[in-house]
Design a protein around this ligand. Structure first.
Ligand SMILES: Nc1ncnc2c1ncn2[C@@H]1O[C@H](COP(=O)(O)OP(=O)(O)O)[C@@H](O)[C@H]1O
Ligand SMILES: [Mg+2]
Length: 632
């Protein structure tokens, strides 16, 4: 909350009754000018008319309470008083008013010395008033006391140079097609201002000057100002989207209602997580890729798990690292891998066993409590067979492989253990051999790293996402820096309780490790039907909704507390349009990109083919160079 200095009239001209010098002169000022009518501007010029006459309106009528220019009725209001306390962006209701208003601000810096003298006099006056009241045994007027406190505070700030002093003029001109409509809109504007505790008056008998003062001419013909200090003045800055315009961070989009920028620093919120929901093709991945590219420029690293192969061209354009997982690719991750960066005295085994336990439940499907206990024992034994125990010193040894667990399970010889072994057999000698059964040979070294799993079959995706996420998570924890971790098509992981649980555990703990986790999903119903899905949403300070299907809108509406209007907006949204939530605020958003950015983001087949053909004609490396230019 910021206080508005509203208690003293330094120049004696700011009161509503004084209303500027023009009023005294304006006695019954009603006139009408009628312009000669020519058939065409060309014709008029030929007849020797002055060009100014040609562009000027045909008629201007200056009434005492409105101005009519041709058929448009205008009325100017000026602001006479402000509330004592306001919060930033408080003028938003006026700026976003549902009718066309011309608003002008005039800000005049006032020299500190004169203000201080006036303040001193004012303080003395108020102190004298209080003193006299006390002497006479009267109760001191609380309003005077409050003003005195404010004045003293301001005095201190001005002396220290922490605040400067300004005169602030604020005029609003309303337009309408007739007088009735003008009166109607005026009433609404007055009510809105009233609800903000802003005092206003009509610029009665001075409507022509009111009009000129709100035209984009920089002319203050009304000269009706109030005093403001720097902080109060800053709160009147008009282009804020309910606190979504920060001065640091990246551009997320534009608020289509008032054209203001939505600039935001994820890491300034209570957590940096983001969830994105929309139907397929609504612009989710595009939005995230755009954010990634822009975040890279600010030194934030980005890691993405990409099930659709959509991040490839962006990755190569920024010279990122693309790690593809398929049966034929050389990249391997061993799920038994312990954090490579070894810290003396720290045991990673306990946590690792927990996450392996969840992973194997995803791989194996339903298992009985007895089998769970067996599995736990088998994992511990597998590590032991490689000499790795809870003793941190043993944890630098080469970790076991899937095959070792398989052998241990077979060696247990009970039917339950053999059943478990059978369920992982396909990873050791069956159709899934070749990806997760060898020692890890990839590492995250690049500021932009993409893990592609497009080539994997559907059943393997949740497992692959789990293993990759676990791998990334152990690396991220070791070396703190601002990072975004994108899990595209996150609903794959929500299909199984244990992988969903793992995703949730990352969401919950990301903040501590300077990580912002972005979960993108098109399967809203599935995601929000689970408690974990809802918990992920509540633990994401940033949320974006793009186009929704009629089937999903009710669930989304309930989880996000959307009004009917907002639900309709999402149902009818175009590509890249939606609602953006940051903390407790939300605003409509339209995601915009530059042509160079669009080239890297788009996955539309027509556009991709056109680009490929164009790049065949130009030399290779041009795209990389171009991106270099953008990212600099
Ligand atoms: N903000 C946008 N501006 C222009 N085109 C967009 C925008 N968002 C999406 N598109 C187009 O729509 C296509 C599909 O968007 P995408 O983000 O891949 O959808 P999905 O929501 O399924 O991830 C993109 O390849 C791109 O061509
Ligand atoms: Mg997508």
């Amino acid at each position: 909350m910021v206080k508005i200095t509203d208690f003293l009239k330094l120049k004696g001209k700011a009161s509503a009754t004084a209303g500027g010098g023009a009023q005294e002169a304006a006695v019954e000022k009603k006139s009408e000018t009628v312009k000669p009518n020519f058939s065409s501007p060309q014709n008029a010029l030929e007849q020797g008319s002055n060009p100014l006459d040609i562009i000027a309106p045909k008629q201007i009528e200056v009434d005492f309470d409105y101005l009519r220019i041709n058929n448009v009725y205008l009325r100017t209001l000026f602001i006479t008083g402000y509330p004592r306390f306001v919060s930033p962006g408080w003028l938003e209701q006026v700026i976003n008013f549902n009718a066309s208003l011309d608003i002008s601000f005039f800000i005049y810096p006032v020299e500190g010395k004169g203000v201080l003298d006036d303040l001193m006099r004012k303080v003395a006056e108020m102190e004298a008033e209080i003193y006299t009241d006390l002497e006479r045994g009267k109760i001191v007027d609380p309003a005077t006391q409050a003003k005195l406190d404010d004045a003293k505070l301001l005095q201190q700030e001005l002396v220290k140079g922490a605040e400067h002093f300004f005169q602030f003029g604020f005029y609003i001109t309303i337009r309408a097609a007739d007088v009735e409509q003008l009166n109607y809109i005026s009433k609404q504007v007055e009510a809105t201002l009233g609800s903000l505790l802003i005092g206003q008056r009509h610029a009665t008998l001075d409507m022509d000057n009111g009009f000129l003062s709100t035209a984009p001419l920089g002319l203050d013909r009304l000269s009706i100002t109030r005093n403001m200090d720097t902080t109060s003045l800053a709160t009147t800055f008009p282009l804020t989207s309910t606190e979504l315009s920060g001065d640091t961070g990246v551009l997320y989009g534009i608020n289509p209602q008032n054209g203001s920028f939505i600039i935001f620093d994820r890491f300034s919120l209570e957590n940096a997580n983001m969830t994105i929901f929309a139907t397929s093709g609504a612009g989710k991945s595009y939005f995230v890729k755009l954010e990634s590219l822009r975040s890279l420029m600010l030194g934030t690293e980005v890691i993405a798990i990409d099930p659709e192969g959509e991040y490839k061209s962006l990755c190569s354009a920024v010279d990122g690292q693309h790690i593809e997982f398929s049966f034929s690719s050389p990249s391997k991750i061993n799920p038994f891998d312990l954090a490579q960066v070894y810290e003396k005295g720290e045991s990673h085994l306990g946590l690792k066993i927990l996450s392996l336990h969840s992973l194997f439940k995803v791989i194996m499907g339903e298992i009985t409590p007895i089998q769970e206990a067996l599995l736990d024992r088998a994992i511990v034994m597998t590590y032991k067979s490689k000499g790795i125990t809870q003793d941190p010193d043993t944890q630098t040894k080469e970790p076991p492989l899937m095959e070792d667990l398989y052998k241990i399970l077979i060696g247990m010889e009970t039917p339950d253990a053999l059943d478990l072994a059978a369920r992982i057999e396909k990873f050791v000698k069956g159709s899934f051999v070749g990806i997760f059964d060898q020692q890890t040979n990839v590492s995250i070294e690049n500021p932009f790293t993409v893990f592609g799993i497009k080539e994997l079959q559907d059943a393997l995706r949740p497992i692959a996402m789990f293993i990759i996420l676990d791998f990334i998570w152990t690396r991220v924890k070791k070396d703190l820096k601002p990072r975004l971790l994108v899990v595209d098509e996150a609903w794959h992981m929500m299909r199984y309780k244990d992988s969903a649980q793992f995703l949730w555990s990352v969401v919950k703990r990301a903040r501590k490790y300077f990580l912002g986790l972005t979960t993108i999903t098109q399967d809203v119903d599935d995601f929000l039907a689970q408690d974990i899905g809802k918990a992920i949403v509540t633990n994401s300070a940033l949320r974006a909704l793009f186009k929704q299907s009629p089937a999903a809108i009710d669930k989304v509406g309930d989880v996000f507390y959307l009004s009917q209007g907002e639900r309709n907006l999402l149902l009818g949204a175009n590509v890249g349009e939606g609602i953006f939530f940051a903390g407790a605020n939300h605003t409509p958003i339209s995601v915009v990109s530059s042509p160079a950015e669009h080239k890297l983001m788009t996955t539309k087949p027509q556009e991709v083919i056109a680009q490929e053909e164009a790049s065949k004609e130009t030399e290779p490396g041009v795209a990389a160079k171009m991106v270099g230019e953008i990212t600099q």
